[in-house]
Every structure is written in structure tokens, then in C-alpha cells.
Design a binder for this molecule. Structure first.
Ligand code: NA7
Length: 293
């Protein structure tokens, strides 16, 4: 298919590379010039990238970035024609997504929100899981592209329900990790070896995908970003905003948001979100480390 891919960050670059590798005709654009994708053409603006394509796929930081790329000067909107599909893999506000989609509907352009889970590694090896909102027929048309970048699609309902679900998923990741980090900090302070605790977790119902994935990185004190703290913080804020709009109270997430705020003040925003552990360690006066037993 002819695809414009906009946003070549950690996730977007790997996704666009997989699209080009699987034979799709890809044109890429990134706000900061100089990024390229092997096998793809590079455009100077979103409008230029979107010219004559069937699908415009976005993967940029946040709600403002999506709005800018779609409706800003030299935005995608200038090149849209009836029958095109916009797919957005950024994690952004569900209510803003709904509004963007309504604006597109007026000109006969379909809008599918397709945030994903699977981190940098999933993006690189084409094993992302897409959490999708949109019309079934539009999603069907996108299937060859989803297949090039991921291993599964979950349709959660109409447009914006993908974003709503993604927030509900990341809420759990943030809280599960925080629980793990608090347990590691307490156990270390009480003299328990972190590696032994991890082995026990893995053998019991406390086990989770989040801990399986993050545990070895944490024990090795490797906080290089697979999912940067600043982006998880953005998702937590989005989740709290969506909850406020829906009049839902999320007390645990509100507390975790403060920890992200302080971790950001400590200069950790570009590290992995696992670096929130360092704040708990600072308060407790310990450092968690060890080998997975
Ligand atoms: P990164 O690696 O931080 O990349 C973010 C991308 O978004 C990068 O290409 C940025 O361009 C682009 N960006 C940021 N702000 C803007 C604006 N205002 N306009 C246009 N483009 C912008 O994030 P990931 O790839 O890990 O994640 C992307 C999304 O997927 C995010 O929503 C995650 O939560 C999930 P730059 O190179 O900085 O010019």
C-alpha cells in the first residue's frame, strides 16, 4: 500500500522500517529533519508526505503533536482526499481523538486510533499488539499494515476506544511497576536479597508480564529507555484527565503521578520509567541490586 509515516521516534522509526521492509511504498516525515528510513522516501512536510497515499500513519509524542501534524501549517489536512485513512499509533487523549475524527469525517476521511503495546523491542521485531478503535471495514483495509508491524490487533470499539483502552492498560503497568518497586525497596531495607525476591515472585501468583520484563533490567540497574519516563508520565496525566472528564476517581494513580513528577525534577525524565525506583531508594536510603537467582 502507499503509506505516509509521520514521526520517526523510538517507536515510529522501527515501525516505518518494517513497513518498508515488507514491500509497502512508504514516505516518511519527521519534525526534526535528518532521520531516514531504509527503503522509504523522505518528505519535507506532513502535507508532502500525505500526497497521493492511501493511508497516513502517525506516531508522535502527544495530543498537541498529533493536532499539529494533522491541522497545522503544512499539515496532513492539506493533502487529504476522500477515501483515505488516518491511523494514529501515538498515545493521546481519547476525547481529542474523537474530535479529530469528527473533523475528518466531514471530508470523507476515516480515522482509526491504533495505539500499541510492546515497547521498542516489539516495534523492532514487528511483534506489537495494536489496541484499535474504528470502523471494522477501515480496520480490515489496514490489516496488511498491521501485519507488517505487529502480531495482534484488538478492536475495542469505534474511534477513540483504542486510546481509552490504552490508558486503562498503562494505568495498570504504572501501578504494577510501582508495587514491584516499593516491594524491592522495602525488602532491600529489611535485608532481603532482591534477586531472591524476584525468583520468588516468578514462582507465585505475584508474577506479571511487567515484572518479568522489567525485573532483570532493574537488578542490573540498567535504566536506558525502553519506555521513557517522560512518556509514561504523559500517559498518566492523560489518564487522570480522561478520568476527570468521566468523573472517575483514581487515588493510587494520583499518588504515582506525584512520584513521576519528583523523578522528573530529579532529572530522570529521559531514563526508563523504571527509574522511578531511584526515588523510593533515595527516601529509604538503600539501593536495590542483585542477580536474578
Ligand atoms: P519518541 O521517541 O519521543 O518520539 C516522538 C516523536 O514525535 C518524534 O518523531 C518527534 O519528533 C515527534 N514529535 C514530538 N512533538 C512533535 C510535534 N509537536 N510535531 C511533530 N512531531 C513531534 O517517542 P516514541 O516513538 O517512543 O513514542 C511515540 C508515541 O507512541 C507516544 O505517544 C508514545 O506514548 C507511544 P522530533 O524527532 O522530536 O522532532
Amino acid at each position: 500500500m502507499r503509506v505516509a509515516f509521520l514521526g520517526l521516534g523510538i517507536m515510529g522509526h522501527a515501525m516505518a522500517t518494517n513497513l518498508a521492509k515488507t514491500g509497502h511504498e512508504v514516505t516518511v516525515w519527521n519534525r526534526t529533519p535528518g532521520k531516514q528510513v531504509e527503503g522509504a522516501r523522505t518528505a519535507a512536510t506532513p502535507a508532502e508526505a500525505a500526497q497521493g497515499v492511501e493511508v497516513v500513519w502517525l506516531c508522535v509524542s502527544d495530543t498537541d503533536a498529533v493536532e499539529n501534524v494533522l491541522f497545522g501549517a503544512d499539515g496532513v489536512q492539506k493533502s487529504l482526499t476522500q477515501g483515505m485513512i488516518i491511523a494514529d499509533s501515538s498515545t493521546i487523549s481519547p476525547s481529542a481523538t474523537f474530535k479529530f475524527a469528527e473533523r475528518m469525517k466531514g471530508i470523507g476521511v476515516a480515522y482509526v486510533d491504533a495505539p500499541m503495546t510492546g515497547s521498542k523491542i516489539g516495534a523492532q521485531n514487528g511483534s506489537l499488539v495494536f489496541i484499535v478503535g474504528g470502523d471494522e471495514a477501515d480496520i480490515e483495509r489496514l490489516k496488511p499494515l498491521f501485519a507488517a508491524m505487529g502480531k495482534k490487533i484488538f478492536r475495542m470499539g469505534e474511534t477513540s476506544k483504542g486510546q481509552a483502552t490504552k490508558l486503562a492498560m498503562n494505568l495498570q503497568i504504572a501501578l504494577i511497576f510501582e508495587g514491584f518497586a516499593e516491594a524491592l525497596t522495602l525488602a532491600t531495607k529489611l535485608g532481603v536479597e532482591a534477586g531472591k525476591l524476584l525468583s520468588l515472585i516468578e514462582a507465585t501468583m505475584v508474577r506479571s508480564g511487567v515484572i518479568d520484563y522489567k525485573g532483570p533490567f532493574v537488578l542490573a540497574r540498567d535504566f536506558t529507555p525502553n519506555f521513557p519516563l517522560r512518556l509514561m508520565h504523559k500517559d498518566i496525566r492523560l489518564t487522570l484527565e480522561a478520568a476527570k472528564e468521566a468523573r472517575v476517581k483514581l487515588p493510587a494513580l494520583e499518588t504515582v503521578e506525584e512520584i513521576y513528577e519528583m523523578a522528573t525534577e530529579d532529572g530522570h525524565k529521559d531514563l526508563d520509567y523504571a527509574a522511578t525506583l531511584t526515588l523510593l531508594e533515595k527516601w529509604a536510603g538503600v539501593q536495590v541490586k542483585g542477580n536474578a537467582a
